[in-house]
Every structure is written in structure tokens, then in C-alpha cells.
Write a protein that binds this ligand. Sequence first.
Ligand code: ZN
Length: 308
Amino acid sequence: MPAAIPGIHHVTAIGSDPGRNLAFYTETLGLRLVKRSVNQDDVSVYHLFYADHEGSPGTSMTFFPYAGARPGRVGTGQVATTQFLIPDGSVDYWTDRLAEEGVDHDEPRERFGDAVVPLRDPDGLPLELVARSDAPEGNPPKGPVPAEHAIRGFFGVTLSLTSADPTANLLKTMGYDRTGSERDRRRYEADGDLGSVVDLVERPQGPPGQPGAGTVHHVAFQVTEETQSEWRDVLIEQGLRPTEVIDRKWFKSVYVRTPGGVLFEFATKEPGYTVDEELDALGERLVLPEWLEDRRDEIEAGLPALST
Ligand code: ZN
């Protein structure tokens, strides 16, 4: 087997209004906009990346905000919930903050011994803040949330599946260990300190997820330049049909539709978000991969205004 996967690289979701999306993830959740680009498969739509200060793997939540997009439905065959990691002394800070900002959220609950705060973003995307004493200090964004309470990156994702076993077997192949179960939830963990958890929840009766605003498009796992093609071979041996390696400029990607219907990506940690911008200037201007640069005028004219 190739070297182990430490956890999530990024999660990509669909939003609607780009300005509202930007305001929620930067001003309310306090993440940093580390990349302002376009969907490489539809350049009329932004691709916005929110992360820690350095855009570290395991911290970036990214969006395709289609203005006026119809809401999707969260259901089976999807990432049902995206979980962020906060320090364990920060639950009261966050529940107060979410209430003050008028964010749709629930009272904290306990899961596997951790406090969990469920919330929804402005498009209804289900998120959770998971409080842990072992949250790494990390590189918190310099924003409205004090560093001591800042989101550290991902804790994990919850996948909703009509049948969990085929996806569980794939996770085991990827080096994940089953570490527990609680009610209808099975937990799998990789050996990393950010985004190392995948929870599986079985929902045999559905309903099936429908893509649209407020749903996750795919979850990406972190690999290296050396191991990516080996992982691709492993997926083929498992009877799956991964894409070729696709250059996304800030990482290289292989996508695969998993047996439970969830789209997985295997993304390299190299070269990272600072390959085309200085660390201090990340996210300030529209950046395009060089193969789109000669269309910049046309692309900029087709994008809605976006201010920070
Ligand atoms: Zn991706």
C-alpha cells in the first residue's frame, strides 16, 4: 500500500450568493479567504477557498457559489455534515457568537465524549463545530475570531449512505481504522491531526441527496506527488474508475465515485496555495491558472462583483 493518508485535504460545496458566502466564512466563522479563483470546469462561477492563515492541507473549505442556485437536498450518497475542529474551552464562545450573528444553530450535544455544535451556513449547508482538548494550535487566521478560539481546520466529515459496508471497506483500504460506534454512527480514523475522522451513517430508506446549494460536492483526501498514482492504481484494483490526474494548479487531483455514491478526490499537498501568491496577499485578487490567463478579461467580465 502507498504511504498512509493523514486525513482530509479539502471539502468542496455548492453555494448560492457569493458575497453572502464570503461574509459567512470569513467574518462569521473567521476563516481566511486564501484563494479567489474560478471553477475550472465553469469559469462563470467563482471558486472560493477558505482556510487557516497559510492555507494548510486539512483546513480548506471551498465553494462554487452559483448566484441564484437552487437549493439541493442533503441525503444519502453525500457528505451529510462537514465538521470543524475547535479547542475544547471554546464551546461557550462559539454558541454566544453564533447567537449574536443570527446563525441557524442548535444547542451543543455530546458525541463520542466530545461537545458538538451543529449549525447551518446561509445556504443551509450542515456544519458542526467539534470541541477537542487535543486540537492543535495550528496557524489560526488573523481575523475577527481570537486565535485561542479559532477554528483549527477540519475535524472530519459524516457520510450518509444507504449501505455503509462498501464505503467502510474502501476506507480500510485507504488506511482508516474503525475506532468506535455510537447509535447509528460508525467512526473511522486516519493517523493525522486535522480532518482525520470519517463517520458513516447508514440510512437504508434515504432520501437520496440531490446536488444544489447547501450540499457538498466532494471530499478530498490528502496524498503526495509520490503516492497519488499508487493510490489511483489501488482504486482501479478495487474495481473503481478514477479519473486521470488533473492539474488544479494548487494541487493535482484524482476523482473517483465511491460505491456509496460519494465523490472522493485524492489531492496532493503540493504545491499549495502559495505557489502563485505571496502568503500575505493570499485571496486578494482573482487568480487564474496560466492556461486560463489569456481569457482573464472575458472571465472577469462574467463574474459578479465580490468585496471583502
Ligand atoms: Zn476538490
